[in-house]
Design a protein around this ligand. Structure first.
Ligand SMILES: [Zn+2]
Length: 446
């Protein structure tokens, strides 16, 4: 059910240096210890190699299905690969094209039905990994993962594919991850309905006809609804999805991403939805959506809430629930214009701000935007790490050059990566320190 959209951030987190820097950079604001990060794609090359050595490929036009020997009935595999190829071709027709932006081109999608337990995912390079156990349970998201591959734009598209950590961070912050999972879901469900292909239902949503009520019920019941709702229709990654907290948030996030995408498709049509998908790298997907719909994203989110039967103040509630008292914020009031102050409290439909003179209560119905003042510590850390690492590596090379010797009289090449790492950490700390002094406004609504 993941990626390339989500492998993205996973990938960017893989290098230990960047992981270290992000930890350092986020150390400034108070934070509870993070749940452990999970990496579903770490064993992909081993899985593919295992199947190449101990399995068989069933090549059927748009797909090649790899299965381990003696695991499934050969006649069943042949028939399954035929029906999957037909369904993937139907999915391709639904998307249209072939388009020059499609990374997959004319290549088939390789499905690796692999032993072991792991989260189903696409690798963005034409590979889909699904566990044998899920195939046996007849609950695998074959078409959802195929859609990920068919929707992968030419690189760089996934945030981790950008050349440096600053660009990766910027791409991840602007990426509509709800669409990244919602669009494959909607396309897979439409294709399954049209072809009769048995697409799995990993999160027990029940299809497009039930997704709205399932999303509404799960959102209402979830004690993490604020952070989840804050990511539906808005850019940015829901961090809990790639941690051991995933089971708590994924069933809600996937249902609501599918529901909101279905709402967008109903509002502007599938071709216009695909058109805004291709504008993600330019950062213009939001403008494309608002132009096609003829209304603001906030209004689209509001009409979606109405459709779900959820209160209109849910969006404000989600954003305000994440604020701590004393936080500097800025709102735009339809009558009074821009107001800046410190957050004091929030009730279901009101927001109380400490202004210079006195506390002021505002009805959220009169507000159309919310900004939070943060600082540029994170950006500073990322920017500082690069010259720091370069300086450290340079120092290591010089040290070896002028005669760094260990006890046995050999050169000490380990000084190069060690000093590089130390330089990166030092640069990140310095950058975070400088960045923490630079105020930066972050838009939360719309
Ligand atoms: Zn997915």
């Amino acid at each position: 059910m993941v990626a390339p959209g989500l492998g993205f951030i996973m990938e960017s987190m893989k290098t230990s240096v960047i992981g270290l820097l992000l930890t350092l950079a986020s150390a400034a604001p108070a934070q509870v210890p993070a749940p452990a990060v999970i990496d579903w794609s770490a064993d992909d090359s081993a899985r593919a190699a295992f199947l190449q050595a101990h399995g068989r490929a069933y090549a059927k036009g748009s797909v090649t299905v790899w299965a381990p020997n003696d695991t499934f009935d050969v006649a069943w595999l042949n028939a399954f690969a035929d029906s999957l190829a037909a369904a993937v071709s139907s999915l391709q027709s639904l998307i249209g094209g072939p388009f020059p932006w499609q990374r997959l081109g004319a290549r088939p999608i390789h499905y690796y039905l692999s032993p072991g337990r792991f989260i189903s995912h696409a690798d963005g390079r034409g590979g889909v990994f699904i566990s044998v156990a899920l195939v046996r349970r007849r609950n695998a998201p074959y078409l959802h993962e195929a859609a990920h591959e068919l929707l992968a734009l030419q690189a760089p598209f996934a945030p981790f594919e950008y050349p440096d950590s600053v660009a990766q961070e910027r791409a991840a912050a602007g990426f509509p991850f709800w669409l990244g999972e919602g669009l494959p879901d909607v396309l897979a469900q439409m294709t399954a309905a049209a072809t009769g292909f048995p697409e799995g239902d990993v999160f027990a949503i029940g299809g497009l006809a039930k997704v709205d009520s399932v999303c509404a019920a799960r959102l209402t019941a979830s004690n993490r609804r604020a952070e989840i709702l804050d990511r539906i229709g808005r850019p940015g990654y829901l961090e809990a999805l790639r941690t051991t907290d995933r089971p708590q948030v994924a069933p809600v996030f996937y249902a609501c991403s599918q529901s909101f995408t279905k709402h967008v498709v109903a509002r502007i049509g599938l071709p216009a939805t695909l058109a805004l998908w291709t504008q993600i790298p330019q950062g213009t997907w939001r403008t494309a959506l608002e132009t096609a719909a003829g209304e603001s994203l906030q209004r689209i989110r509001r009409s979606w809430l109405t459709r779900l039967g959820l209160p209109q103040d849910s969006i404000w509630g989600a954003a305000l629930a994440r604020l701590t008292p004393g936080r500097a914020i800025r709102v735009h009031h339809t009558g009074r214009g821009r107001i800046e102050g410190r957050f004091r409290s929030a009730a279901p439909a009101t927001l109380t701000l400490d202004l210079v003179t006195s506390p002021t209560e505002l009805s959220t119905a009169g507000l159309d935007s919310l900004w939070i003042r943060g600082n540029a510590a994170r950006t500073g850390a990322l920017v500082g790490a690069i010259p720091g690492a370069v300086a450290g590596v340079t120092l290591g090379v010089i040290a070896n050059h002028v005669g760094c010797r260990d006890d046995g009289g050999d050169p000490c090449p380990e000084a190069v990566p060690l000093l590089g790492l130390a330089g990166a950490a030092g640069g990140a700390l310095l950058g975070a320190l400088i960045g923490s002094l630079i105020p930066k406004w972050h838009r939360r609504i719309p």
